[in-house]
Design a binder for this molecule. Structure first.
Ligand code: GLU
Length: 478
């Protein structure tokens, strides 16, 4: 079984279709994908849909769309098939039954005779006695034949387990961590605990990458590998992702967003991948901006960190901006224009906007906050605000006039940021304080306490509008 895969790196991403997948899930998929790609192995998408009560309609498609967005292509999966189909656990019930029967025959699995209420009562009693609840202490002596109407449980041999985890090192647990867990539920579906082990075996999975919440159940998995007389795959526990404040693990409930929300916000998939790769992994060295191909080259299991990795929107934005800078100018222009309201689609704004954004939706936000209005509407303002600190109305009026005269000299075709800057700076430099000229010019053009520099604004709005705004200001000052 799985012999043909010996030595081959096979990883899988095995989400349950219980809703959207968040950034943490995608990071798990990414590490599994990177490992497979690095070793020319195989990356499998398997859908673990055995808990019918928790299933959310549409999630399988949503999961596939999410992986596709970040370009994590799977080699085998529910939509494309593969060597070991099917890839939906709900379609593999006969396979689980086959292995369940093997265990029954070996005397290593038995029908659970109790009702859920009876088991609850055992659990309560253990709690009252302040003892850990262990089902196996109630194991029936002569269980009835398993006919599928009762849960099937594994009969474990209680003992201590020690095992190796690629990121956590040597782990161990006492015999209280092993119990007769359910393999097949009374509804005929296997538990995760059983199904994933059978699937990993049949699909030749060499490395299981998953969250730390599975460490506590690992002794049970080890008991099952032993019962089936199979080798365990390498276990790789992913570092937890901590919320922005660094304390708590980030989960769906506390801010872990649907990965496709980032798509909607105009993040670049290649930046998301780069950021997620670094959330718990570091290849060493100075370089931080990596393409997916480069990540494949440097990915190394031994460099996955063990401790939690803190989520940071700020860092994600930084990665996004770095990847945006790598885009061809035409693509930057196209995106910025598309994200602008139709009446603001002016190419001259592209560089101004690009300097101020870290994701495409920032363009929309800037427009909605009115930060671009100054490029389209003559501003209104309190005229006193034209005067630079410690300057006078008289000087301001004079400096505005100098600016008007100088800018009038520039040919309309040559009215660029550089020529405007040269012209205004040579005047401003002659003054005791440059601000005495640059402030009123900037303020006259924008009407805002904070705005892009006056050269940028002037070049975007053009010579006529620039002169008209300056003249208005010059006259307004009395
Ligand atoms: N179906 C499990 C989950 O969504 C996957 C755990 C695993 O990768 O084995 O949590």
């Amino acid at each position: 079984m799985g012999d043909e895969n010996t030595g081959k790196i096979v990883t899988r991403f095995a989400p349950s279709p219980t809703g959207f997948i968040h950034v943490g899930n995608v990071r798990t998929a990414l590490y599994a994908w990177l490992l497979a790609r690095k070793h020319n192995g195989k990356f499998i998408l398997r859908i673990e849909d055995t808990d019918k009560k928790r299933e959310v309609e549409g999630s399988i498609q949503h999961i596939m769309d999410s992986l596709k967005w970040v370009n994590l292509a799977w080699d085998e999966g529910p939509d494309i098939g593969g060597e070991n189909p099917p890839y939906l656990q709900s379609e593999r019930l006969a396979t689980y039954k086959k292995y369940a029967d093997i265990l029954v025959e070996k005397g290593l699995a038995y029908a659970d005779p109790y009702t859920p209420e009876e088991i609850d009562a055992f659990r309560k009693k253990a709690e009252e006695e302040k003892k850990p609840f262990l089902y196996r202490t109630h194991r029936p002596e002569n269980p009835s034949v398993w006919d599928g109407t009762k849960p099937l449980r594994l009969k474990v041999t209680p003992k201590k387990y020690q095992w190796h985890d690629v990121t956590r090192g040597e782990l161990e647990a006492g015999e209280e961590a092993v119990d007769d867990f359910i393999l097949i539920k009374s509804d005929g579906y296997p538990t995760y605990n059983f199904a994933h082990i059978i699937d990993d075996l049949l699909m030749g999975v060499s490395h299981v990458m998953r969250g730390q919440e599975f460490i506590a159940s690992t002794p049970n998995y080890l008991a099952l590998y032993e019962a089936l007389e199979i080798d365990k795959p390498e276990l790789v526990t992913m570092p937890p992702i901590l919320g922005d404040t660094g304390g708590k693990k980030m989960g769906k409930r506390d801010g872990a967003k649907d990965i496709l929300d980032y798509k909607k916000e105009g993040y670049l998939p290649q930046a998301m991948l780069n950021y997620l790769a670094f959330l718990g992994f570091n290849p060493g060295g100075e370089q931080e901006v990596f393409t997916a191909e480069e990540l494949i080259k440097v990915f190394d299991l031994s460099k996955i960190q063990r401790s939690g990795a803190r989520w940071s929107d700020e860092k994600l934005n930084w990665f996004n901006k770095e990847h945006m800078k790598l885009l061809p100018a035409s693509e930057i222009e196209k995106n910025i224009l598309e994200w602008l309201p139709e009446n603001m689609r002016d190419v001259k704004l592209v560089p101004v906007i690009f300097e101020r954004i870290s994701k495409w939706s920032d363009v929309k936000d800037m427009a909605e906050r009115g930060e671009l209005d100054l490029f389209f509407k003559t501003p209104t303002y309190q005229k006193e605000k034209l005067i630079f600190k410690n300057s006078t109305a008289e000087d301001t009026k004079k400096n505005l006039e100098l600016a008007i005269n100088a800018l009038s000299e520039i040919n309309e075709d040559n009215f660029t940021q550089d020529t405007i800057k040269d012209s205004l700076m040579s005047l401003a430099d002659k003054l005791e304080k440059r601000g005495a000229m640059l402030h009123p010019v900037r303020f006259a053009l924008s009407g805002l306490d904070k705005s892009p520099d006056p050269f940028t604004i002037a070049s975007v709005i053009g010579k006529n509008e620039t002169l008209s705004r300056l003249q208005y200001a010059q006259k307004a000052i009395s």
